[in-house]
Design a protein around this ligand. Structure first.
Ligand code: ATP
Ligand code: MG
Length: 374
């Protein structure tokens, strides 16, 4: 799919901005703090119903306003047109309309307009905590499987309730065992499905990832991924999960929190049979991350039969010139791509097909000039 156009109203520092996009590469150029990332953020609202920066909706309306609106038109791979409208008001909350019909659950729309993002926040994916890697797996799986997303929502709800009961029990010294058992059952039922899907995903994703990595390095480096669930389970995942919870019950009571389950999973990253986290150079970390994103693109397209849109925020500053141009060269050939940058000097036709590229200049929350440089 690709975006045809978007209009932002009172969105971050944009009072009113309208952009028309090329299905190829859209370069969003402007100085710092002019409103480039905000445009990508608006695109993420359309695709994911929320900000990819993981900011609360209430931070988004332009200062002095208490509502924002986004209107976007998208064309699918099979030429189907869709129109999305996201409106938020501080009193009314957020509403999502697809072709004028209100969407009540975000799972109805997530995956319809698939998206892959690479932004400065992602650079902790390989170096940071397991939560970053769970987020990566969840982002891919949620876009390709509505049932996964629904399981995840239910799991989080059960986890929250169960933690609350454990914490209340710790504070008051009286544990509501009946309620706890009920939420344990829900946790196990949804958790077992999440574990199964994550396990399948990591196995299935492996090949796509290895070939993506190979397009970025000369040779000699073999990367890999493996699933590290919070407990080892064979076929009977639900039963094992129950047993593991029983084993740690005393500690959970003492700490007032759930200690095993998919919210404690990790994905191990390896390079040439060694842990990436412990042994890789900074450059290898960056290449690994870019390969994950390219593989994410291919994997989502394969699973959904719909081409994702790629958003690259600030990669020219996050990656060295050689890695950045190589990344952009590979990614821009895949589908519609949005790239933000503070200058256009780094872009040339050695790695970018200029006949397929449109420049959007952003200044003080306005798109001051748009021109296809052909
Ligand atoms: N709710 C808001 N209302 C108005 N302005 C906002 C709001 N939230 C953030 N801003 C400001 O909007 C401006 C544009 O932010 P944005 O992140 O889009 O900049 P950018 O062009 O990507 O800059 P950089 O090159 O530094 O990444 C910033 O000055 C930011 O502080
Ligand atoms: Mg920015």
């Amino acid at each position: 799919m690709h975006f045809k156009k978007i209009r932002l109203e009172n969105f971050r520092n944009h009072s009113e901005s309208s952009l028309e996009f090329t299905p190829g590469v859209n370069l969003i150029i402007g100085g710092n703090a002019q409103g480039k990332t905000s445009i990508l953020e608006a695109l993420s609202y359309v695709c994911l119903t929320k900000s990819f920066l993981q900011q609360a909706d209430l931070t988004v309306p332009k200062f002095g306003s208490d509502l924002f609106a986004i209107d976007a038109a998208m064309e699918g791979d099979r030429s189907v047109m869709n129109h999305a409208r996201v409106v938020y008001g501080s009193g009314t909350g957020k509403k999502y309309f697809l072709n004028r019909n209100e969407i009540r659950r975000s799972s109805e729309v997530i995956g319809m307009f698939p998206i892959v993002m690479l932004s400065p926040g992602d650079f902790t994916l390989t170096t940071g905590s397991p939560a970053e890697r769970r987020k990566f797996a969840d982002m891919v799986l949620s876009q390709i499987s509505r049932s996964y997303l629904e399981e995840l929502v239910e799991y989080r709800r059960a986890l929250k309730q169960r933690n609350k009961i454990l914490l209340d029990g710790k504070i008051s010294n009286i544990l509501d065992k009946e309620m706890l058992d009920a939420w344990t059952d829900a946790l196990v039922a949804h958790g077992a499905k999440i574990i199964t899907k994550r396990d399948e995903f990591v196995l299935d994703f492996q090949e796509t990832f290895k070939s993506a990595y190979a397009t970025l390095v000369e040779s000699g480096e073999v990367p890999g991924l493996y699933y590290e669930p919070s407990f080892k389970a064979s076929d009977a995942i639900g039963e094992t999960f129950h047993r593991e919870l029983e084993k740690v019950f005393k500690v959970e009571r003492a700490r007032g929190a759930t200690l095993v389950g998919p919210h404690r999973d990790d994905i191990g990253f390896i390079l040439n049979d060694r842990s990436l986290k412990e042994f890789a150079s900074q450059g290898q970390h960056k290449t690994f991350l870019v390969a994950l994103k390219i593989a994410e693109f291919h994997y989502i397209r394969k699973m959904l039969g719909e081409t994702p849109v790629m958003l690259l925020d600030d990669v020219m500053t996050e990656l060295d010139y050689k890695r950045a141009t190589r990344t952009i060269g590979v990614i821009s050939g895949l589908g519609q791509t949005f790239i933000t940058s503070t200058d256009m000097l780094s872009f040339d036709d050695k790695f970018l097909d200029m006949s397929n590229t449109k420049f959007h200049f952003v200044k003080e929350g306005s798109v001051v000039y748009e021109n296809a440089r052909v």
